[in-house]
Design a protein around this ligand. Structure first.
Ligand code: C5P
Length: 223
């Protein structure tokens, strides 16, 4: 480790489609660190919740899922209880369910424990993205970044991603879904989405991914 090697972890928060995964992965690659997108854990619980009958979907059964599911996240691939669910967790339906289960404190508690274990395994050389990383999960992180952009810019990026994946919705649907998930994240009682007081806020509407990564790395290196 030389003087230019920053001390981790890096906490990266922000609303839906603010670029956390793309930027977080880019930063982690440039530093040779691990990237953990914590939204994937909430999506896994959302996916497993959708597989049980609605009447059985009590808070207790969702908590049990969050506690007992054995999750493995490797960059962008996700395994749960040995099953590769990477291709299943990016649907709008799973995202909506993830956003609902994320309101439940027992689910959050279980997932925060898993996230802290994952960060500890990476020995601090980790970029962790989510909604409550700087405020709750890694509140002692020396570097905290809060990425933001207008709802229209974020919906535009998500719309383009869905087109590339071949699962497009209309722009209006993407924007409405994004606003609803943002509202739930901001208004929930437990760990609502907000920048940590010591976070650097970056508004990315008119920036490319590379420009955002460069700005974060400049900040990380104290420039
Ligand atoms: O980031 P992503 O959109 O994949 O996250 C899915 C959902 O999980 C979000 O809508 C949010 O409600 C929830 N989430 C959370 N806390 C995190 C990460 C994600 O509440 N740290």
């Amino acid at each position: 480790m030389d003087d230019m090697t920053p001390r981790g972890p890096i906490a990266l928060d922000g609303p839906v489609a603010s670029g956390k995964s793309t930027v977080g992965l880019g930063i982690a690659r440039r530093l040779g660190w691990t990237f953990i997108d914590t939204g994937l854990l909430y999506r896994v619980v959302g996916l497993l919740a959708l597989r049980i009958e609605p009447p059985a979907r009590s808070d207790e059964s969702l908590e049990r899922i969050a506690v007992e599911a054995e999750m493995r996240i490797d960059s962008m691939s996700v395994h749960v209880n040995g099953e590769d669910v990477t291709a299943l967790i990016h649907s709008a339906e799973v995202a909506q369910m993830a956003s609902r289960v994320a309101e439940l404190s027992p689910v959050r508690r279980a997932l925060v424990t898993k996230q802290r274990e994952m960060a500890a395994q990476a020995g601090g050389s980790v970029v962790m993205a989510g909604r409550d990383i700087g405020t709750v999960v890694l509140r002692d992180a020396p570097i905290k970044i809060y990425l933001d952009a207008s709802p229209e810019a974020r919906a535009g990026r998500r719309f383009a991603e869905e087109h590339a994946r071949g699962t497009p919705r209309t722009f209006t649907d993407v924007l409405a879904d994004l606003r609803e998930r943002d509202r739930r994240d901001a208004e929930r009682a437990d760990s609502p989405l907000r920048p940590a007081p010591d976070a650097r806020r970056l508004v990315t509407d008119s920036l490319s991914v590379e420009q955002v990564i460069d700005r974060v790395l400049d900040h990380v290196r104290g420039n």
